[in-house]
Design a protein around this ligand. Structure first.
Ligand code: MF3
Ligand code: CO
Ligand code: CO
Length: 250
C-alpha cells in the first residue's frame, strides 16, 4: 500500500479527529489518581469518546477487548484495562487513546504519574516526553524517517535510557494503522523521505537499559521481562510545507 498524501479536506478531518483524541486523553488524564482501576479509565474513555460523537478505534481491533490501552509500570504498551488493577502511589500509567471521528483516526498517548514517584521513574517519564518532542522537531518535507529515530535515540542516550525497537509509530488516516512504519531506532539520513500531506504517529517507548520484552498470555500486554518500568508518549503529526503540525496537541 502506498503512503497517502492528504489534501485540504482530509487534513481538516484529521485535525478534527486528532483534537477529539487529544481532548479525551486530557479528560481522563485529569482524573487519574491513586485508588482508581484501569477499567475505570476504560469506562471514562468510552463515555467521553461517545460524548464527542466518535468511536474508540481500538475496541475490537484485531480482537482487542477494550477502548483504550492502559500500560502500568513494567507494561511497555497494549496494556488491557482491568477491574483488578488499582493504581497506587508511585505508579506510572500510559493511557493510549485512538478516536475514530467520522471515519478518520487520531492517536495519542501520555504517561501519567500517580502521586509521588521515585527519581528514576521521573527521569524516565520526562526523558520519554522530551524524546517524542525531539522526534517531532525534525519533521519537515525532505527529512527522512531515520532522522526522527536518531533524534529520539540521542535524547535517550544522554540519560542512559533504552529505546524500544519492537513497536513503532505508523501512518494514520482512514485507518488507525497504515504505512509507513515509524521506527524509533534508526540512523539519520536513512529511510523514507517525508512529503507534505503525510500523517503518521511518533510514539517512542523508553526503558531502563534494554530489557527483553514479552507478551503476556492475554495476547496483548507487552512487559519488560525484568519488571523494570517503561514510559511512552505519542502524537499524531502532519507534515506541512514548512515543518509539521501536531494534530493531537493538547
Ligand atoms: N493506539 C495504539 C498505537 O499507538 C494501538 C494499539 S492496538 C490495540 O498504535 F489493539 F492494542 F489497541
Ligand atoms: Co496509540
Ligand atoms: Co499509534
Amino acid at each position: 500500500m502506498s503512503i497517502e498524501i492528504l489534501g485540504p479536506p482530509a487534513i481538516a478531518r484529521m485535525r478534527a479527529a486528532g483534537a477529539c483524541a487529544a481532548a479525551t486523553l486530557a479528560h481522563v488524564g485529569g482524573r487519574i489518581a491513586a485508588g482508581i482501576t484501569t477499567a475505570q479509565i476504560d469506562a471514562w474513555v468510552r463515555e467521553d469518546t461517545a460524548a464527542r460523537g466518535a468511536k474508540p478505534s481500538q475496541l475490537g481491533y484485531h480482537g482487542f477487548p477494550a477502548a483504550v490501552c492502559t500500560s502500568v509500570n513494567e507494561v511497555v504498551c497494549h496494556g488491557v484495562p482491568s477491574r483488578t488493577r488499582t493504581l497506587r502511589d508511585g505508579d506510572i500509567v500510559n493511557v493510549d487513546v485512538t478516536s475514530d471521528l467520522n471515519g478518520w483516526h487520531g492517536d495519542t498517548s501520555a504517561t501519567f504519574v500517580v502521586g509521588e514517584i521515585d527519581a528514576e521513574r521521573r527521569v524516565l517519564v520526562e526523558t520519554t516526553k522530551r524524546a517524542l518532542h525531539a522526534g517531532i522537531a525534525v519533521v519537515r518535507p525532505g527529512a527522512r524517517l531515520g532522522d526522527i529515530a536518531a533524534a529520539i535515540m540521542e535524547v535517550a542516550r544522554r540519560e542512559g535510557l533504552g529505546v524500544v525497537r519492537e513497536y513503532c509509530g505508523h501512518g494514520i488516516g482512514r485507518q488507525m494503522h497504515l504505512p509507513p512504519q515509524v521506527c524509533h531506532v534508526g540512523r539519520a539520513g536513512t529511510g523514507l523521505r517525508l512529503r507534505a500531506g503525510m500523517a503518521f504517529t511518533i510514539e517512542p517507548m523508553l526503558t531502563i537499559g534494554d530489557p527483553p520484552l514479552r507478551v503476556l498470555d492475554d495476547g496483548w500486554t507487552v512487559v519488560t521481562t525484568d519488571g523494570s518500568p517503561s514510559a511512552q508518549f505519542e502524537h499524531t503529526v502532519l507534515v506541512t510545507a514548512d515543518g509539521c503540525e501536531v494534530l493531537t496537541a493538547r
